[in-house]
Write a protein that binds this ligand. Structure first.
Ligand SMILES: Cc1cc2nc3c(=O)[nH]c(=O)nc-3n(C[C@H](O)[C@H](O)[C@H](O)COP(=O)(O)O)c2cc1C
Length: 196
């Protein structure tokens, strides 16, 4: 299978980066074709310009490549830290510019965009790995776990990917090396379940 792996984190020695390495090596050992992008390293431009917004067509070769890959992907895996209950801006910009109308979703004929969308992505599953420094109880009770709604409903289901799973690793700031290794093993196990 062709699997798209997207990392949104600026630091190559971060735990997020370690997660992405585990994702890629697990997929590789299972014989999948991997389309891996470290958005910060490749200097992905997150700004949706007025021209691109209005025309619906990007002139940025990297954006066009991402759009092509996301259309072809049999699976999508996104990795990022929780920043203010949201993905880092570079990844938000990736969603804005790559998951465009007629790439990731469309509307029925005659519907100008106010109705129910039709998802266009053919990916069999979408997985998200997150990290944070907030206790689970506080995340759910005080913040309402916004990343779950954002990825599961607002993005993946909207674009037709209804098989979804997400794992949040916490608390990174207090974690030991043993804990981190155990979490990386959990990453590998989850990838193997969805992409055997
Ligand atoms: C700009 C910024 C915003 C953050 N916002 C949150 C937040 O809303 N909730 C939270 O639990 N942690 C927050 N954090 C902490 C990060 O989630 C944490 O540092 C990261 O998950 C650790 O993983 P890493 O070592 O791979 O960076 C924030 C960190 C930064 C830099």
């Amino acid at each position: 299978m062709k699997i798209s792996v997207i990392l949104g984190h600026p630091y190559e020695k971060s735990f997020n980066s370690a997660i992405s390495e585990t994702v890629v090596s697990t997929l590789k050992s299972n014989g999948h074709t991997i389309m891996f992008h470290d958005l910060c390293q490749e200097r992905f431009d997150p700004i949706l310009s007025d021209e691109e917004l209005v025309s619906g067509i990007s002139k940025d070769a990297l954006v066009l490549q991402h759009q092509q890959e996301i259309k072809e992907a049999d699976g999508i895996i996104v990795i990022h830290p929780d920043w203010w209950g949201q993905p880092p801006a570079i990844l938000k910009g990736w969603v804005d510019r790559v998951m465009r109308e007629n790439i990731a979703y469309t509307f029925p004929v005659g519907d100008s965009g106010g109705g129910l969308p039709i998802g266009l992505l053919k990916a069999k599953a979408g997985l998200v790995f997150n990290t944070s420094n907030t206790q689970e109880e506080r995340e759910n009770e005080v913040f309402g776990d916004p990343l779950q709604r954002i990825w599961k409903d607002c993005i993946f289901a909207f674009c037709g990917v209804t098989v979804f799973d997400r794992k949040m690793f916490r608390i990174i700031a207090d974690s030991t090396m043993d804990e981190r290794q155990m979490w990386l093993n959990q990453v590998s196990d989850m990838v193997k379940i969805y992409f055997p």
